[in-house]
Design a protein around this ligand. Structure first.
Ligand code: SAJ
Length: 406
């Protein structure tokens, strides 16, 4: 039996996927309300295909509880936030999960850490925790790192099809865990050592962050000298060895806006490009706010309460607001002692910010100037509703005349 610890954005789909493929799974989370919700037959977030997978896993007997189980395999997928001051990973939840596992795990059990951690975290933090509890690693407890790679919005497909990395001290244990993931994963599974696995995960997200920062920097250069950044990138990407990502209003989520900081925190004098890239991305919401003021001036608009932000989530077609550029922009506005921007997002049904609307038509009739912060399918499908409005399109998706860009 596999005990999946942490039933969030990664742990829940992973637990369900294993169960749906015939593995005996119990999911554990310290949040009793979340466990109750799952036990009442409801999922805890929206994701394509999650509902169907949940029903399948229920049929095959998955269970949810707050208790850690006595078993031979644990998969830990708890959050790993970063310390905003030191920029280093904060492994507090991983450590507490490991401590709880040690209280119940039988001799020879394997602990798989799926949570993203910076290179050396297992060496520096997890191993000492296990050894201090009197356990011999490799005999009493085996350690594995199996970082996830799935993208919110396409999680279920990617769980099934992405290649994966497994880091282990011991090849045999690595192969055993590879076999477990092979129950559902159709991609290639590479077995390597633990520190390499930790590093590859952080590097993958850093690659994307640096590429997005490059696109954002190009957007600023093009804005400054009146060039069309989208046309520039489109043409450059026709070169067989160039692949520039897209500029945007900022980078959110709990991965690309967070993981690269681990490298800056651990290697401050070495991670120069990464540091600058992260700062470039973090400045984007403020850049958009400046664009809003510039455009208002150009159009003789004075009433900020007639300006609306479309989208609150960190990216399109998900209900996740973690580190969202819109929230960062609203904070930035508050720092400037301004307020009044209206906000709407079809995926956010609760009231989370001031001046929030829950109906697209009501939102649009309350504003003259719409800033498209998130490219949800909804706004692309209903773009004609923006006719007659001033529009700042941060994603180059609204194709009508007079639209402003970042
Ligand atoms: N973004 C841009 N320009 C782009 C692409 C994205 O500004 O061209 C912005 C998005 O709007 C969003 C942010 O970047 O605010 C991040 O979104 P994303 O879709 O690029 O990635 P995440 O954070 O949802 O998921 C990433 C993925 N990593 C990579 O693609 C290397 C995913 O595979 C990882 O599993 C996930 O991080 C994770 O958990 O680490």
């Amino acid at each position: 039996m596999v005990n999946v610890i942490g039933l969030g954005y990664i742990g829940l789909p992973t637990a369900l996927m294993l169960a749906a493929h015939g593995v005996d799974v119990i999911g554990t989370d310290y949040n009793a309300a979340l466990v109750d919700t799952l036990n009442s037959g409801k999922t805890t977030f929206q994701e394509d295909g999650l509902e169907e997978l949940f029903l399948k896993a229920l049929k095959t007997g998955i269970k949810f509880t707050v208790e850690y189980q006595v078993t031979d395999t644990y998969i830990v997928s708890v959050p790993t936030p970063y310390d905003k001051f030191s920029k280093k990973v904060d492994p507090v939840y991983v450590v507490s999960a490991v401590k709880e596992i040690l209280k119940v795990a039988p001799k020879g059990a394997t602990v798989v850490i799926e949570s993203t951690i910076s290179p050396g975290t297992i060496e520096k933090v997890v191993r000492p925790e296990i050894e201090n509890a009197g356990c011999v690693i490799g005999e009493d407890i085996n350690l594995v790192h199996a970082p996830e790679r799935i993208i919110p919005g396409n999680m279920i497909y990617e769980l099934l099809h992405n290649n994966r990395t497994i880091g282990a001290d011991n090849r045999m244990i690595g192969e055993k865990i590879k076999e477990l993931y092979s129950s559902f994963c159709q991609g290639e599974i590479v077995v390597t050592d633990i520190k390499t696995a930790e590093m590859t995960k952080v590097v993958e997200n850093t690659f994307r962050a640096v590429n997005i920062a490059f696109a954002n920097e190009l957007a600023k250069i093009c804005r400054h000298d009146n060039m069309d950044v989208y046309e520039v990138i489109r043409i450059c990407n026709m070169h067989p060895r160039v692949n520039i990502l897209q500029p945007g209003p900022g980078v959110g989520g709990h991965c690309i806006s967070v993981d690269p900081w681990f490298l800056v925190g651990d290697y401050p004098s070495l991670a120069k490009v990464i540091d600058e890239s992260m700062k470039t991305n973090d400045e984007m919401p403020e850049f958009v706010l400046n664009r809003i003021y510039e455009i208002m001036k150009e159009r003789n608009m004075t009433d900020i309460s007639r300006v609306g932000l479309y989208g609150l989530t960190y990216k399109e077609n998900v209900d996740d607001m973690r580190e969202s550029p819109t929230l960062q922009l609203l904070e930035s506005q508050a720092r400037h002692l301004a307020k009044g921007l209206k906000v709407y997002d079809p995926y956010i049904t609760d009231d989370v910010v001031a001046n929030q609307y829950h109906d697209l038509d009501e939102f649009l009739s309350a504003v003259d100037f719409v800033v498209v912060m998130v490219k949800h399918n909804e706004i692309m499908e209903k773009a004609e509703k923006l006719a007659g409005k001033t529009v700042l399109d941060c994603h180059n998706i609204i194709h009508q005349s007079g639209v402003y860009h970042i």
